[in-house]
Unconditional design. Structure first.
Length: 459
């Protein structure tokens, strides 16, 4: 144990001296070095187990060290681990075909798949594709929306915090209020608002003097609207079921494209391949990443309708990345798709999500500081408030987060850590994204651990 402590101390000293903090989020008072993982669990250098309820921001939907997916990595390493992205290999073709066919089955529209190495990079590719097709550079996006931190992606990500160090952003999106019904931007009640938020958005197109449209020919200055069906960093806000259908009707009326960012919610996080399926809306583009490779290898992509991405409109060289469609990533992605096909995640994710949501609602009844709980599949939110049940309590949220990472929650004779992720407009929301393979026993353990943290923090 002393040797382990000495090594950990030396590593942390090296990190403090030589590692950029800019590429690592130092949210913990005392950083933790993890050494191994398995299923829903992380283990630190001392062997302490941490139940992970955020799974690398939903990048590891199918559990750490998933044997079936891992095997694809090992097979590809012995066959074709490297090849330049301007050349073809079987795994790229089959993965693109699988995603395109599955999407066509759901949307009824033919399209093509374009790969890159990270979510932000595929957002950038989608911006290029739209600007190439529409010959316009301005976009709509949501308040609370997050699409990445590259320069282009930052223009359509709502937080000024991500832009303020880097000068002027001339194509900054027009940010529209998201239907965050617990804290309605317009002060309305979800039960009787009659979609006030849609009415306000549609009003922008009434006259040219609102700065959006030329009413003489109905041409709009904006090319597309970037959405997250469920806001990720914004706090897993679940919109009313009719919202996107009504929004889509407005966009179609004015020839504005709908871009669906599924980077966090895709691949059955909500119980569907694409979260947008819950809302009966057909986007023009879909951007995906993260759990496509279950976190094993950077790979992202986009699906776009044929009319936007066919080789005559978007020819070779329109955009490029050295490691896009790399053989390791595409082989793992193909294994992930095959793993999905062999498991009924549409059924199990819904059942597990409903079970966990019911347990969270029981906690909400016991603790007044839980102002809101909601969820869709295994994307769930727990919003922490003051005792009035509404005013955000960021301090309490951070305290619970920090205590969970100490790895000393005693339960049934064992000590555990609890990995949580904090999001939301006021940084007071626990965004839960457990492995889709989580067991009911692990769900029950999470509820016990979370309640123990509430009590420890004086709730």
């Amino acid at each position: 144990m002393k040797l382990c402590e000495s090594e950990e101390k030396e590593l942390l000293e090296l990190e403090a001296q030589y590692c950029s903090y800019g590429d690592t989020v130092h949210y913990l008072d005392k950083p933790i070095i993890f050494e191994r993982c398995e299923g829903s669990w992380l283990f630190d250098m001392h062997g302490k187990p941490y139940l992970d309820m955020q799974m690398w921001y939903s990048a590891v939907n199918f559990g750490y060290r998933n044997k079936e997916i891992d095997e694809a990595y090992n097979r590809q390493m012995t066959k074709l681990p490297q090849v330049a992205s301007q050349y073809l290999h079987k795994e790229k073709i089959l993965l693109a075909a699988n995603i395109a066919k599955e999407t066509e089955k759901r949307l009824g529209t033919k399209g093509r798949v374009h790969f890159n190495v990270g979510g932000s990079q595929s957002i950038e590719d989608s911006l290029k594709l739209i600007r190439n097709y529409k010959k316009k550079s301005l976009m709509f996006a949501f308040m609370g929306g997050y699409h990445g931190r590259t320069l282009g992606a930052t223009e359509i990500t709502s937080s000024f915090r991500y832009r303020k160090r880097y000068g002027h952003f001339s194509n900054r999106a027009l940010f529209v209020p998201y239907p965050y019904c617990f804290r309605c931007f317009y002060g309305k009640n979800r039960k009787n608002c009659d979609y006030e938020c849609i009415k306000h958005f549609e009003k922008l197109f009434e006259t040219e003097y609102y700065g959006i449209i030329d009413t003489k020919d109905n041409e709009v200055e904006y090319a597309a609207f970037y959405i997250e069906p469920i806001q990720g960093t914004g706090g897993y806000v679940i919109p009313p079921i009719e919202y996107f259908k009504r929004l889509s009707a407005v966009l179609k009326k004015y020839n504005i494209l709908l871009v669906d960012d599924e980077i966090q919610m895709g691949f059955y996080r909500t119980g569907k391949l694409w979260a947008i399926e819950h809302f009966d809306v057909k986007p023009d583009l879909i951007v995906f990443a993260k759990s496509l490779t279950n976190g094993l290898n950077p790979l992202s992509g986009l699906w776009a309708k044929e009319e936007f991405i066919n080789p005559q409109i978007f020819p070779p060289g329109s955009t490029h990345s050295t490691f896009s469609s790399n053989p390791i990533g595409t082989a793992i992605g193909l294994a992930t798709i095959e793993y999905i096909k062999k498991n009924d995640f549409e059924k199990t994710v819904k059942e597990k999500g409903n079970y966990l949501l019911s347990k969270l609602r029981e906690l909400q009844q016991k603790y007044r500081v839980i102002g809101d709980v909601d969820g869709l599949g295994l994307a769930l939110r727990v919003e922490m408030t003051k005792r009035d049940g509404f005013a955000p309590d960021r301090a309490l949220t951070d305290m619970i987060f920090q205590e969970g990472m100490k790895g000393n929650i005693e339960m049934d004779g064992e000590k555990y850590g609890l990995v949580l992720d904090v999001g939301g407009y006021y940084k007071n929301v626990f965004t839960l994204a457990p492995a889709l393979t989580i067991t009911y026993e692990e769900i029950d353990l999470f509820v016990k651990l979370f309640e123990a943290l509430l009590k420890r923090c004086g709730v």
